[in-house]
Design a protein around this ligand. Structure first.
Ligand SMILES: [Zn+2]
Length: 274
């Protein structure tokens, strides 16, 4: 599932290719992926609009349009976005195709069809997409030990489950929650409200640091990205614990263990994480 890191990579690759381009015909092959408005209105309203840029909030991408309208999307489990030449071979499970000026297309592909689009008109409040409920961005200077302390105090769950809670911090999923807790030396099953001031300070520092590191390791070119169908992430070899259960800890050599914590598979070092 694309998490903040992968969504940021997609933004960095796609934005320079489509910013300034005007949307022509929009083809929706599967109306279920258009959450709001109707698929028909979505296509009509977008036609003729110029794309100004793409921003990210948590795991959402927000396409700015010159009119002030914004098209929001969430890739969910298996969604990907490709920028292709007009006549590029069509992938299976292509649900939406945006014809863009300059004879290119923006295509949304999603085998599991959980990805969603919302079109929010200029001046309209976004009550639909879920963005309004998101917690702080990991790179916001407001993400401090104090912020975490007050957010964790209200929730009686593990620190791992709190990192996955989008209403506390936006964008962290299972992979980077494991990596952040390893880098912080904190056991994932610790009750979040049991963390000391010092541990909270380390966590507040490691969250942006780990995410930035993996964004930098994920750098790719538009050509590589297209050849990998938007799925060929470059940072996988740099994971230190995620997917490494049963292997030696990269720091101490102890065997990494795997447990279900907060409903999700979690890999951690029983020696380094306390
Ligand atoms: Zn270790």
């Amino acid at each position: 599932m694309p998490e903040l890191v992968e969504v940021e990579t997609i933004r960095e690759i796609v934005e320079p290719q489509i910013a300034g381009h005007v949307i022509g015909k929009v083809t929706v092959n599967n109306p279920a992926v258009i959450a709001c408005p109707s698929a028909e209105a979505f296509c009509t309203l977008l036609r003729g609009q110029r794309i100004t840029g793409i921003t990210r909030r948590g795991k959402y991408l927000i396409f700015g349009l010159e009119s002030g309208d914004r098209m929001i999307m969430h890739l969910r489990m298996t969604g990907s976005l490709l920028v292709t030449p007009q006549n590029y071979p069509l992938e299976k499970h292509t649900h939406v195709i945006f014809d863009l000026s300059g004879d290119i297309q923006l295509r949304f592909i999603d085998p599991r069809r959980f990805g969603r689009f919302w079109l929010i008109r200029s001046g309209q409040e976004d009550t639909e997409s879920g963005i309004a409920k998101l917690g702080i961005e990991p790179f916001d200077p407001g993400l401090t030990a104090e912020y975490l302390k007050s957010a964790f105090a209200k929730r009686k769950k593990s620190v791992k489950a709190c990192l996955l809670d989008q209403e506390i911090i936006a964008g962290i999923g299972n992979i980077y929650a494991c990596e952040i807790l390893f880098a912080s030396g904190i056991r994932p099953d610790r009750s979040a409200c049991s963390l000391s001031e010092k541990e909270l300070a380390v966590l507040a520092e490691k969250i942006p640091e780990v995410l930035k590191y993996f964004i930098s390791r994920n750098k790719t070119t538009p050509e590589q990205y297209l050849a990998g169908k938007g799925w060929d992430y470059q940072n996988t070899p740099w994971f230190r614990v995620y997917g490494h259960e049963g292997k030696p800890c990269p720091v101490c050599g102890a065997t990494l263990v795997h447990e279900k914590i907060g409903g999700r598979g979690t890999t951690w070092c029983p020696h380094c994480q306390n």
